[in-house]
Design a protein around this ligand. Structure first.
Ligand code: A5A
Length: 487
């Protein structure tokens, strides 16, 4: 059984935090209060853009990244590359360094000595990995190569920093890097990576848009970028993952070649794709409510809480049954809350922490051999026979995931509107995502960027509109694009 109950004892030494959370409709305030109060991140660390994972937050990270690793491990090998990158390597790929130069932290000294070659704290790891890939790849037989790592990366962000959303130390950067013989093979990998990320977010019940970023907003050094964006409760979007086809751009810079079966030397083709702890920001923001976290069963640090409702003189039998239920569920993350608090205080605390399933037992249930079950996302309670509980848990968890997904999907659909004029785009991005038609010209894109950001050509969305139409700016042929204010 979970040791979280010990955590509760520690809790009781802290000042009681009983005042209500701000309502979720005040999203920004709600988010900041919730991550602190539910003990996900401590925001008091004295460096801007850096935050501390509390044990409870880290447990969420562990289960969420467990899913991500499970998916990656199917066809990638895990690696670790150093955090420091020599200036000479970081600067090699022209577009890449242009994109990152304003965001790099530099290590310039070792003790009192100035370093001959400055070292960058990785903002991402292409330029750490690719000089080594040059040594690893010799022949077509070495291809494809697929690796990933989960590391911290550093970006000197100048936009407003926010915990889990815009960090200067990204603590949980999952980056995958692959190498292939041909551009088509790299294309195929992009399709697979998109499918992996779909599966990941489906398991978290987080709906998304998939867009091809416009030319001017693709990853520095990429041929093109496919992005996953989710819509936050305030209508702004959050980019929660990106997949890049790098073509042979980096291979040419870092001289990554392979010998073909005919003995020719050919440049390799590459992809990379990444997800950060923004996936956890999305999890909290998309599903949470006025009472606190709502976590899907699969990732909740406490999946089931058993609450004995104690009446004088009957404590012993009630506790015994509550413990039996806990014991029957021990393959899950379960807590039997035996603390002295009143049931109301216990409900409040476990609701804040997003526990998926709550099971209550009092003297009447003991007599009946039943228990009262309720789910974090629903008001209703129902009785079940105590014996039936273990076999129902998985199904309840899955049904809850489906409910969360449908609710989130409907709320996302409501925020997407097809706009037929610039005025409509301007007005709609204030509260949601504007879909509109846009041609390839950067000038037309810039016009829309005045209202928000062009997320790019829509590849997949929960609402379907005609893929082509007249550009909302110039009237030429255009494609369906998404425009939104972004985090
Ligand atoms: N090497 C590739 C994978 C790469 O770096 N791509 S990326 O720049 O797009 O970053 C991958 C993902 O990390 C983004 O899609 C975004 O979800 C997340 N991310 C980027 N900057 C971040 C920041 N400052 N804080 C938190 N997450 C960030």
């Amino acid at each position: 059984m979970s040791d979280l109950s010990e955590g509760n004892e520690k809790d009781s030494k802290k000042p009681k935090q009983v005042e209500k959370l701000p309502p979720k409709k005040n999203f920004s305030e709600w988010y900041h209060e919730l991550i602190q109060r539910a003990e996900i991140m401590d925001v008091r660390y004295p460096v801007k853009g850096l935050y501390v994972w509390y044990p409870f937050g880290f447990r969420i990270r562990k289960s969420v990244y467990g899913i991500l690793r499970e998916i990656m491990d199917r066809e990638h090998e895990e690696v670790y590359f150093p955090a420091l990158i020599p200036e000479t390597e970081l600067g090699k790929e022209g577009e890449h360094i242009k994109g990152f130069e304003n965001e790099v932290y530099w290590v310039t000294h070792g003790g009192k000595d100035e370093l001959d070659v400055k070292l960058a704290l990785r903002p991402t790891s292409e330029t750490a990995m690719y000089p080594m890939f040059r040594l690893w790849i010799r022949s077509h037989a070495d291809l494809p190569l697929r690796v990933y790592q989960v590391v911290n990366t550093f970006r000197y962000e100048t936009k407003h920093t926010r915990p889990l959303i815009r960090l200067r130390e990204i603590t949980s950067f999952k980056e995958a890097h692959t190498i292939h013989a041909t551009f088509e093979d790299a294309e195929e990998q992009v399709r697979k990576a998109v499918a992996y990320y779909r599966e990941f977010y489906d398991r978290l019940a987080i709906p998304y848009l998939i867009c091809k970023r416009p030319e001017w907003d693709k990853f520095p050094g990429a041929v093109y970028t496919i992005a996953f964006d989710t819509v936050m409760p305030d209508g702004k979007t959050l980019q929660i993952g990106t997949v890049h086809n790098l073509g042979d751009n980096f291979a040419r810079t870092f001289d990554i070649t392979y010998e073909t079966p005919d003995g020719e030397h050919s440049f390799a083709h590459q992809t990379c794709y990444g997800i950060s702890e923004r996936c956890i920001a999305a999890l909290i923001s998309v599903h949470g409510d006025d009472l606190g976290l709502v976590l899907p069963f699969e990732v909740s640090p406490v999946q089931v809480v058993v609450i004995p409702v104690l009446y004088k003189g009957r404590e012993g039998e009630v506790l015994k049954v509550a413990r039996e239920i806990g014991e029957d569920l021990k393959k899950y993350r379960v807590v039997v809350d035996e603390s002295e608090e009143r049931p109301g205080a216990k409900y409040y605390r476990w609701e804040l922490k997003g526990v998926a399933i709550r099971i209550e037992v009092g003297p009447r249930e003991v007599e009946e051999g039943t228990a009262v079950v309720s789910f974090r996302d629903e008001k209703k309670k129902f009785k079940v026979e105590k014996e039936k509980i273990p076999e129902m848990i998985e199904q309840w968890g899955e049904e809850m995931r489906e409910r969360l997904y449908i609710r989130a999907l409907n709320s996302m659909k409501e925020k997407i509107v097809l706009c037929e004029s610039l005025d409509e785009v301007e007005s709609h991005v204030k509260s949601g995502v504007a879909f509109t038609y846009l041609c390839d010209s950067e000038r037309c894109g810039e016009r829309l960027d005045e209202f928000g950001s062009v997320l790019g050509e829509v590849i997949e969305a929960p609402v379907s509109f005609e893929g082509e139409g007249r550009c909302v700016v110039c009237g030429k042929e255009g494609k369906l694009n998404a425009v939104a204010r972004t985090y």
